[in-house]
Design a protein around this ligand. Structure first.
Ligand SMILES: NC(=O)c1ccc[n+]([C@@H]2O[C@H](COP(=O)([O-])OP(=O)(O)OC[C@H]3O[C@@H](n4cnc5c(N)ncnc54)[C@H](O)[C@@H]3O)[C@@H](O)[C@H]2O)c1
Length: 99
């Protein structure tokens, strides 16, 4: 790992845009890739923030530049996405509501 953390975003919706805006303003983090099942959202996010885009979870998790992921998908898929990301050796940032 270098001095700059290279991250991937899983889910390119509303909260992901807040994350990508924050990443853009932080010199210690770089956006490497974005994944979403919705191609239109994915392309819009890439146009605004850059990075490689993927429509399959396994593909972003195979990206060697992605050291950490921000899980920004709906709650019902958080478990699947967090476990798969950890198994792929990625650091994981996720915020879930358990109530
Ligand atoms: N929007 C907020 O202000 C806010 C604040 C705090 C927490 N959150 C949490 O963030 C999460 C996402 O919320 P949001 O508002 O960004 O929702 P959103 O609907 O705007 O975005 C979710 C994105 O996830 C994608 N997605 C859905 N299933 C997927 C899958 N299996 N694989 C990959 N991508 C998939 C959708 O296509 C969509 O682009 C939720 O858990 C929500 O509670 C949102």
């Amino acid at each position: 790992m270098g001095n700059i953390l290279s991250v991937g975003i899983i889910g390119a919706g509303g909260i992901a845009h807040a994350h990508m805006n924050a990443i853009e303003q932080n010199d210690n983090i770089k956006l490497a890739a974005i994944m979403d099942i919705d191609t239109k959202r994915l392309e819009e996010a890439q146009k605004r923030f850059g990075g490689r885009i993927y429509t399959k979870l396994e593909d972003i998790l195979k990206d060697p530049e992605v050291e950490a992921v921000h899980v920004c998908t709906p709650h019902n898929v958080h478990g699947e996405h967090v476990v798969a990301s950890a198994r792929a050796g990625k650091h994981v940032l996720v915020k879930s509501r358990w109530h």
